[in-house]
Design a protein around this ligand. Structure first.
Ligand code: NAD
Length: 256
């Protein structure tokens, strides 16, 4: 018996990174997964490999959301879960951030999450789940990622309000707050076909050895397990909450 047997779950931004690992783990737990992304070649390849449905979905687009939900209902006749995982990061100090750049990040991270909730929640079967991917920076500040942090704080606001508004239909809404995770977002060298992934991971572990109490960068497979917990009945009495997965980074500073 899988933890998600028979459930239909849409995962945005799942062509690579954390979303990809969520798609793999959920499929292994019996879910019918919908891989949704703007990276069509990668998304289609993954979907074929794991036996999922691929849909092109730019989370900024209302029309794309409507098309994606229609395709899922046509294929499976129902939707039980949504993981709002798609996101982008830009590095800049607030005073140097052009408005266009600020709005780009808002459109993907914040508007994308809002449109996902608004479009999918009415279609979710009673007892469905929504997991929003926020960040460590949804709960604290971090210099040079002000735009990103603002959108991730907003994702927590959306999570809490959606949890209140959807509880009557037993739909649970929670948020994941990862610290640094070894994906192309934190480690763009992962996109270099000539680079050695094992060597990159060792270099990142070394970088985070002093920063993070558990002494290493997180793995996308670890985040996927948290997403599984929040999508499955194992979390049946939990809604409206942020879940930090950061190796202890947010626990405090170490002075010795
Ligand atoms: P990633 O860059 O590997 O994956 C992001 C995915 O989102 C990609 O597949 C990308 O194509 C997709 N995407 C981007 N814009 C999109 C759009 N407009 N519509 C649909 N899909 C789009 O990074 P990741 O680490 O796997 O990121 C997943 C989530 O985790 C993001 O929300 C990110 O903000 C969050 N997060 C990541 C870290 C980290 O250190 N990697 C830390 C905290 C939170």
């Amino acid at each position: 018996m899988g933890k998600l047997d028979g459930r239909v779950v849409i995962i945005t931004g799942s062509a690579r990174g954390q979303g990809e690992q969520e798609a793999r783990l959920f499929t292994g737990e019996g879910a019918r997964v919908v891989v949704a992304d703007v990276l069509d070649d990668q998304g289609e390849k993954l979907a074929k490999e794991i036996g999922a449905l691929y849909v092109h979905l730019d989370v900024r687009s209302e029309a794309d959301w409507q098309g994606a939900v229609a395709a899922v209902k046509k294929a499976y006749g129902r939707v039980d879960g949504l993981v709002n995982n798609a996101g982008i990061l830009r590095f800049n100090s607030l005073v140097d951030t052009p408005l266009d750049e600020f709005m780009q990040v808002v459109q993907v991270n914040q508007v994308g999450c809002f449109l996902g909730i608004r479009t999918v929640a009415p279609e979710l079967a009673d007892g469905g789940t929504i997991v929003n991917t926020a960040s460590y920076t949804a709960l604290t500040g971090m210099a040079a990622v002000g735009t990103y942090a603002a959108t991730k704080h907003a994702v927590l606001g959306l999570t809490r309000v959606a949890a209140l508004e959807l509880a009557g239909r037993r739909i649970r809404v929670n948020a994941i707050c990862p610290g640094a995770i070894d994906t192309p977002m934190s480690n763009p060298a992962r996109l270099d076909p000539a680079a050695d992934p094992e060597e990159m991971t060792r270099a990142l572990d070394e970088l985070y050895r002093k920063l993070v109490p558990l002494g290493r960068i997180g793995r996308p497979e670890e985040v996927a397990k948290l997403a599984l917990f929040l999508t499955s009945d194992d979390s049946s009495y939990i809604t409206g909450q942020p879940f930090v997965i950061d190796g202890g980074w947010l626990a405090g500073v170490q002075v010795i």
